[in-house]
Design a protein around this ligand. Structure first.
Ligand SMILES: [Zn+2]
Length: 152
């Protein structure tokens, strides 16, 4: 699988430089496969990379990611890059960046938190990057125990 090159796509998004082994998690948080969507998804895992050793990459045809989705990706793969392709031409390319605060992207793991009490509140977390990414609830001050599981 080392030198696998995926066929180029005409229109859509390439998520590149995903930490090796994380592609399926990225797919999960993007809610893929989506009902009523027939965009073709290609996944390559453990692709050799000069920069990273190994990386994963995902190609999603005919779909541009929303800002919210890019932020979700940054939470589990903070070094990923996004390439938007339109008519076979790279329209935009950028690195994801970890937001300092995320709103409405995760749920608090504290069952007694006000955000879990059915109030019309949007969750808010501060994000810190270290060895692992940490999310701290701004309502109850608790750290989220499992970032991947908490993403909504
Ligand atoms: Zn909370």
């Amino acid at each position: 699988m080392k030198d696998l090159k995926l066929t180029p796509i005409k229109n859509g998004t390439v998520i590149d430089h995903i930490e090796a082994g994380m592609a399926m998690k990225v797919i999960k948080i993007l809610g893929i496969p989506e009902p009523d969507s027939h965009s073709i998804i290609s996944i390559a895992m453990y692709v050799h990379s000069e920069k990273m050793g190994y990386k994963d990459l995902i190609k999603i045809e005919d779909r541009e990611l929303k800002k919210k989705e890019v932020n979700k990706i940054s939470l589990i793969s903070p070094n990923a890059s996004i390439v938007i392709i339109e008519k076979e031409i790279v329209k935009n390319k950028y690195w994801v960046s970890l937001p300092k605060i995320i709103k409405g992207l995760a749920k608090c793991s504290n069952p007694n938190c006000i955000t879990n009490k059915g109030e019309p509140l949007e969750t808010e977390f501060s994000v810190t990057n270290g060895k692992d990414i940490k999310l701290r609830c701004l309502y109850c001050d608790r750290n989220v125990t499992d970032v991947l599981e908490s993403i909504v």
